[in-house]
Ligand binder design. Structure first.
Ligand SMILES: Cc1cc2nc3c(=O)[nH]c(=O)nc-3n(C[C@H](O)[C@H](O)[C@H](O)COP(=O)(O)O)c2cc1C
Length: 157
């Protein structure tokens, strides 16, 4: 097994949740990307981080706007995860979502939502690391989370 393959396999043993980051930059076109790099950093102040590939189709949108939302996916939202992981820019037209007071697209049926303002942008190899302050948070459904483990979607139970 190549060292690269082995490294990726080791990383894949770390189970995570799955979120969709959404934003509506100044051009008004909503966009989103599926991520599992979301993590809490600080409780006071409320800071979170996530990383986005330098050459992702969504990178420009997320670097051109300070605000974005985090949509925490439930086990039955695997199709949404796949939708926002596609290489083509994902359409919102056929999705059920609302636009928050802050202008962020919030996907229906999520476990929780966070609305954030970017406070830091750091280079992290082939990714940018985004640090942001949480301005607003909201609990959603009390349902099972979508888990990503060993390169596949899983359930907690
Ligand atoms: C479960 C899962 C987690 C992902 N996590 C990230 C992430 O944290 N950061 C990121 O930039 N891309 C992540 N991706 C990849 C993007 O969702 C997406 O597939 C990729 O940006 C496709 O667009 P591209 O071809 O323009 O890169 C993840 C994909 C999946 C399925």
């Amino acid at each position: 097994m190549s060292d690269q393959r082995n490294y990726r396999d080791c990383l894949s043993r770390f189970a995570t949740g799955v979120s969709v980051m959404t934003c509506r930059p100044e051009n008004g076109v909503a966009t989103g990307i599926t991520v599992n790099s979301f993590a809490s950093v600080s409780l006071e102040p409320r800071l979170i981080l996530w990383s986005i590939a330098r050459h992702s189709r969504s990178t420009e949108a997320f670097l051109n706007t300070d605000g974005f939302a985090i949509n925490v996916l439930a086990r039955d939202q695997e199709a949404l995860s796949a939708h926002f992981a596609q290489t083509e820019r994902p359409e919102f037209a056929d999705l059920e979502y609302r636009t928050s007071d802050r202008g962020h697209p919030l996907l229906d049926g999520c476990l929780a939502w966070f609305e954030c303002t970017r406070r830091g942008l750091h280079e992290g190899g082939d990714h940018h690391i985004i640090i942001a302050e949480v301005d607003h948070h909201e609990l959603g459904r009390d349902a099972s989370p979508l888990i990503y483990y060993r390169s596949a979607y899983r359930s907690l139970d």
